[in-house]
Design a protein around this ligand. Structure first.
Ligand code: SF4
Length: 114
C-alpha cells in the first residue's frame, strides 16, 4: 500500500503537461479545425450563394462589400460548400475576442467580373 502512495505522488511529475501555454503560444490546431470563413475577393463574383445559405445571417453583400459578422458565425462551413467559385474557405482564425460588437464585423471588397 505505501508504494501506491508513492506512485500517486510521482505519476504527475513523470508525465508531460496536458495543458498548453495558450495564449502565450499559438495553439496547434488540427488540419480539420474550423475557423472563421475567409473570402478570396479576387474569386468572388457576388452570386450571394453564401448569403442565402448562411443559417445565422452572418454574411451580407451590401454593394461591392462582403461583410461577415464574426459574432454570428457558427463555423458550419455551409458558405464554403455552396460557393460556386471556391471563394470562401474556413480559415484557422479561432480567436474572436473584441472590445465591441462593431469590431466583430469583417469587410472585404469583392471584385465584379468584367
Ligand atoms: S460558416 Fe456557416 S455561419 Fe459562418 S458565415 Fe459561413 S454559413 Fe454562415
Amino acid at each position: 500500500m505505501p508504494f501506491d502512495v508513492f506512485e500517486r505522488v510521482l505519476r504527475p511529475l513523470r508525465s508531460r503537461p496536458v495543458t498548453s501555454r495558450y495564449p502565450d503560444a499559438a495553439p496547434d490546431l488540427p488540419a480539420a479545425a474550423r475557423g472563421l470563413p475567409e473570402l478570396d475577393a479576387a474569386r468572388c463574383d457576388g452570386s450571394a450563394a453564401c448569403v442565402d445559405v448562411c443559417p445565422t445571417g452572418a454574411i451580407a453583400l451590401p454593394g461591392s462589400l462582403w461583410t461577415l459578422d464574426a459574432g454570428a458565425c457558427v463555423f458550419c462551413g455551409a458558405c464554403e460548400r455552396v460557393c460556386p467559385r471556391d471563394a470562401i474557405r474556413l480559415g484557422q482564425r479561432i480567436e474572436l475576442a473584441a472590445r465591441g460588437r462593431a469590431d466583430l464585423t469583417i469587410e472585404r471588397t469583392w471584385r465584379r467580373e468584367p
